[in-house]
Write a protein that binds this ligand. Structure first.
Ligand code: CP3
Length: 339
């Protein structure tokens, strides 16, 4: 189907655009009262994510309410460990918890890598519904966690500031770590291809915990697996967002992806030099959105000027924070659209 607004896709492919496209990471779910109504009806995050109709509804809300140039499928990166036989729970005010974690080589052998499309059929069905309901208004972004970030949750079993259990595994059991990272990579490729077959127009790989690794470890345990994913996905543009991995920008810039996401710690001019041939995405500090409309406009315009109009997708440098006023998000989006 032809897209009516294909700015994001053209920018991703490095084609010329008449205005800068904009969306925000975590736009579905975190900030809208309309989301919370659907979430209350579903009873829990997991019920909502597993109901294609409701997931489709909250995916489209930001397009209607905020006017973003793309939708991102409402789901979570943790559906991959679940499909591999490590179910998660979403604990209120605490975040994800895995009752079962990976501790030994035997645990890795026990992980499922079969029938991924079947286990994740609820995401695939939600994508098909969103595509139908969007009717070509804007592109739909599919996503998955990067292998290292998924590895962190599988080993640690919950969020952590240091993920020291996961890092300990890298240092003490590198071969076992590689076996697990490879299994995650294989499943992720199958999963992203299924999202694309169902209608995802672009896919983003979230390496949310990239910044906790040393440059050497990032090169050894993160890059090779992201590279496999980028090389396997030829159907759509791929965005790699490695939060905190400022040290790996040059290496990420050489991967077979089309877009590189930046966080707000990464200098824009330096990033353009380190990644000369790709579209960049980002990188406003989400905390800017706590400021006045004037401050939001001033910071956003400075960012847009620094990036320039071409080979650029405006976004925040990480997901929008849950306590952000949607009017302020709208101010950010409108500032980009009228720039
Ligand atoms: O971007 C979107 O709006 C689409 C939906 C989406 C969710 N999670 C829904 C969600 C996306 C893209 C994600 C990605 C995700 N999930 C990441 C990578 C991006 C990032 O922020 O770094 C990570 C690390 C996770 C894991 C996760 N899921 C955590 C740590 C938590 C708890 C804290 C939080 O972020 O809210 C979740 C829960 C989660 N995922 C919620 C939503 C809407 C909140 C749950 C609820 O409604 O009760």
């Amino acid at each position: 189907m032809n897209l009516k607004n294909d700015l994001l896709l053209r920018a991703a492919k490095g084609e010329e655009v008449e205005r800068i496209p904009v969306w925000t990471m975590r736009q579905a779910g975190r900030i809208l009262k309309e989301y919370r109504e659907v979430r209350a009806k579903a009873g829990s995050f997991i019920n909502l994510a597993k109901s294609p109709e409701m997931a489709a509804e909250v995916t489209i809300q930001p397009v209607d309410i905020l006017g973003v140039d793309a939708a991102i499928i409402f789901s979570d990166i943790l559906v991959v460990p679940e499909a591999m036989n490590l179910p998660y729970e979403m604990v209120e005010k605490k975040g994800p918890v895995f009752p079962k974690t990976v501790k030994t080589e035997t645990d890795i052998h026990a992980l499922n890598t079969e029938d991924i499309e079947h286990h994740l059929a609820y995401v695939i069905d939600a994508i098909k519904l969103v595509k139908k309901e969007l009717n070509g208004r804007v592109p739909l972004i599919g996503f998955a966690g990067a292998p290292f970030t998924i590895f962190c949750y599988m080993i640690e079993g919950k969020g952590s500031k240091t993920f020291s259990l996961a890092k300990k595994m890298l240092y003490t059991e590198p071969e076992i770590s590689r076996a697990l990272l490879q299994k995650i990579t294989d499943v992720t490729i199958t999963y992203l291809k299924a999202q694309i077959a169902a209608g995802a127009d672009l896919v983003q790989i979230f390496d949310s915990w990239a910044g906790i690794l040393s440059p050497e470890q990032y090169s050894a345990f993160a890059i090779p697996y992201i590279k496999q994913i980028c090389d396997a996905i030829q159907e759509t543009p791929v965005t790699v967002f490695a939060k905190g991995a400022y040290f790996a920008r040059e290496e990420i810039g050489q991967l077979g992806c089309q877009v590189v996401g930046l966080d707000w710690n990464m200098s824009i001019s330096e990033s353009r030099k380190l990644i000369p041939n790709k579209t960049l995405q980002g990188n406003l500090d989400p905390c800017v959105l706590y400021g006045s409309f004037n401050e939001i406009e001033r910071n956003t315009k400075a960012m847009l000027t620094a990036f320039g109009k071409q080979r650029y997708i405006a976004n925040l440098g990480h997901g929008v924070y849950p306590d952000t006023n949607p009017d302020n998000v709208k101010c950010f989006i409108d500032t980009v659209k009228s720039f």
